[in-house]
Design a protein around this ligand. Sequence first.
Ligand SMILES: [Zn+2]
Ligand SMILES: [Zn+2]
Length: 183
Amino acid sequence: MHAISSTWDDVIPTDASVLDMMAGGFRSYACLCGQALTDYAAAQLHAIETAQCSVCLGRTRVSLAPGTEHGCGYCGGAGTRDAELAEQLARGAVEAAVDQHAFAQAVASFQGREFTKTEIHERLAGLVPEATTPQLAGRVGQLMRLFQRKGLIMQVSAPTGVDSNIVFYDNPRWQATTSSAEQ
Ligand SMILES: [Zn+2]
Ligand SMILES: [Zn+2]
């Protein structure tokens, strides 16, 4: 039985970055079979060789910060390597169907009015009826970050809360910038 566990260190450095935490740092890993797992990479490898999801290590849930936990999106919460690979294929299909052009059209359909991520999601859902909500939401989030970096859309509402180094936005509103209208 290869039940892999992941335990947060008792003390997390105060300057620990979110990226380091997301990369699996500040934790110890162990498997019920007794194999030594020195770090996240070793735990991932052991998960793969025992047919478990390489992200949640078969636990079906992931923790990105001490005290928090959510369902693993990489295997759809199944915890198996098969489910992770199937999920990867499905994400590829969503990426192909919801491309930058489709996203730009959805943004343009608001004709300069403000929109939320949910509203964009609804407009694009018809393109990939077989996609699950988290799959499409992941793709929409990816394209929103890309379009924001390119300066084509901007956030027009303020964050609702700031907790240490993570900023929380409560479904913020967005708007196309003038440079997107010129395209
Ligand atoms: Zn094991
Ligand atoms: Zn998983």
